[in-house]
Design a protein around this ligand. Structure first.
Ligand code: IDC
Length: 505
């Protein structure tokens, strides 16, 4: 049984580690184009614009400017080399001797710009990967210059977005397509009921270490995790979700679809349909929904890799047009190293991204989603080997009566470098039962608020364990609103969401 293994992690001495995980808040637009001029046969390089569409802190302005100018110097040098080496080398000469080194220099330069801005503001993601490679404009011509204007306010940053090239030659030129598109305009949430969380916030993305709404503002989602859908089949439905949205003013529900213990593996078709139906219910209400692939025993997510791929392919295809679904690919990996979790993520995320390319994906962390603490590790193993996809967050779970100040200190530290999402927490011990420790819960939720870390409480159920937020028997009926149907854990969280103060009475 996993419980015996879910102990308190020994905290080792830790150093701060200056390692940033790049965010994706920045809209990168425009491509530089070499425009052919008649008679010129020496090729020129054709480099994409690096658009710094964020406010650059005043202290970093000179540094950023210098690096933007350096991009022009690098382009000039490459063109100079192209002129002076005409006819030299074999077919790969230009790639190996000019375009390759240029790409590396640009990559380093763009990284320096990100790092500079990141010293006094959220570190932006300027999409160095896509913006570094330049192509060859075989017909020669004057290559477009890198723009070097630096915006010091967000408004100017937007205004300085390079306009699309107007030259007719430009439209036919083979400029590299940006791999990160600007977020789609505000259709997100269009079909959601007015005022609902999804109508207000639209499509989410990961921006630096935060979850951001469609306007790029960091937000915190607060909500509830279901219990195992197989254990409490009547607790999550249109009625209870309406209460969650209207009476609790919560933002999301997490659908805990166990894989083992009578879950998905025992009836793939049934549970996939169940999840799809509940996603539709949440969507109709304008709630965000976390689809939780609830692995627990065994703890190696790779054990369920095949099922995960089939499941996520189906669910993402079914909800391809949705803007409100987040995918949690492994509840609580345990007994495995981070490398195994990462390998699983590397295989499952592409399946999800096929139909849901912009979705936010939540990845469970080592040691029952403890960032490794339960195994005597910590967030540094993730920082050293992060998941290489955009819009990814790492999950952290806590149970307030078991996990206290030592773990909070690690989360406070990790939150400055990793995008975290608390998809599950309890006010009890990690058994999900026993006395509620609301003082510790409040300390945790205060920390999460301060860092804008989203959270969902375990569990939206009416069982006998103290984690159930509904009194026993509630789910057999149709009344889910109001404090009368709630246990102390339920009253505490409803009041915390509604008033900012958790009150179990
Ligand atoms: C617990 C349930 C309990 C069930 C057990 C095993 O509360 O009724 O018997 O799972 O299925 C977690 C897990 C979550 C646990 C919860 C409380 O994600 O499945 O639920 N917990 O123990 N991690 C830490 C605690």
């Amino acid at each position: 049984m996993y419980r015996s293994k879910f102990g308190l992690g020994r905290l080792k001495e830790r150093r701060w580690q200056a390692y940033g995980v790049a965010g994706v808040a920045v809209v990168v637009v425009g491509a530089g184009l070499g425009i052919a001029s008649a008679g010129e046969t020496v090729p020129t390089v054709n480099c994409p614009q690096v658009a710094v569409n964020v406010a650059v802190p005043a202290q970093q302005r000179a540094d950023v400017q210098k690096n933007l100018e350096l991009l022009n110097t690098q382009i000039d040098e490459a063109n100079q080399r192209l002129r002076s080496t005409v006819g030299q080398g074999g077919p790969d000469f230009v790639n190996n001797a000019i375009l390759g080194p240029l790409k590396d220099k640009r990559f380093a330069t763009i990284n320096r710009i990100e790092t500079a801005i990141g010293r006094n503001a959220p570190k932006p993601d300027l999409n160095a990967e896509a913006r570094s490679p330049c192509t060859l404009n075989k017909n020669g011509g004057t290559p477009q210059k890198q723009r070097t204007t630096v915006a010091t306010t967000a408004a100017t940053a937007k205004a300085s977005t390079p306009a699309a090239p107007k030259s007719p030659a430009a439209t036919t030129s083979a400029a590299p397509a940006p791999t990160t598109q600007a977020p789609a305009p505000a259709q997100p949430g269009a079909k959601s009921p007015a005022g609902s969380p999804v109508a207000v916030n639209g499509r989410l993305s990961v921006c630096g270490v935060h979850l951001c709404n469609q306007s790029g503002t960091a937000i915190q989602l607060r909500g509830m995790s279901s219990h195992g859908l197989q254990f409490f089949p009547n607790c999550v439905n249109a009625n209870s979700l309406a209460a969650l949205r209207n009476d609790w003013k919560a933002d999301f529900v997490r659908l805990s679809m166990y894989v083992q213990e009578g879950g998905l593996a025992s009836d793939p078709t049934g549970f996939t349909a169940k999840v799809n139906g509940l996603v539709d219910d949440a969507t109709a209400l304008g709630l965000y929904v976390v689809v939780d692939f609830h692995i627990l025993t065994p703890g190696d997510p790779n054990f369920n890799l095949g099922l995960a791929k089939t499941f996520f392919a189906n669910v993402t295809a079914k909800h391809a047009g949705n803007t409100n679904v987040l995918y949690e690919i492994a509840n609580e990996p345990n007994g495995v190293r981070w490398t195994a979790i990462k390998s699983y993520a590397d295989q499952v995320i592409p399946v999800i991204r096929k139909s849901a390319p912009e979705s936010v994906v939540l990845v469970g962390t080592r040691g029952f989603s403890s960032l490794g603490l339960t195994d005597g590790s910590d967030e540094k193993e993730i920082l050293a080997d992060p998941i290489d996809f955009k819009n990814v967050m790492y999950t952290f779970h806590f149970y307030a009566a078991s996990h206290g100040a030592d773990r909070r200190a690690v989360v406070a530290r990790a939150a400055t470098e990793l995008p975290l999402f608390v998809t599950e927490f309890g006010s009890q011990t990690f058994t999900g039962d026993g006395t509620n420790d609301f003082a510790s819960t409040t300390a945790w939720l205060d920390l999460l608020k301060a860092n804008k870390i989203s959270y969902g409480m375990w569990s939206f159920s009416d069982g006998h364990e103290s984690n159930s937020v509904f009194k026993q028997g509630t789910c057999a009926g149709t009344t889910f609103a109001g404090p009368g149907v709630l246990t102390p854990a339920g009253r505490y969280l409803r009041s915390r969401i509604l008033t900012g103060v958790g009150n179990p009475n």
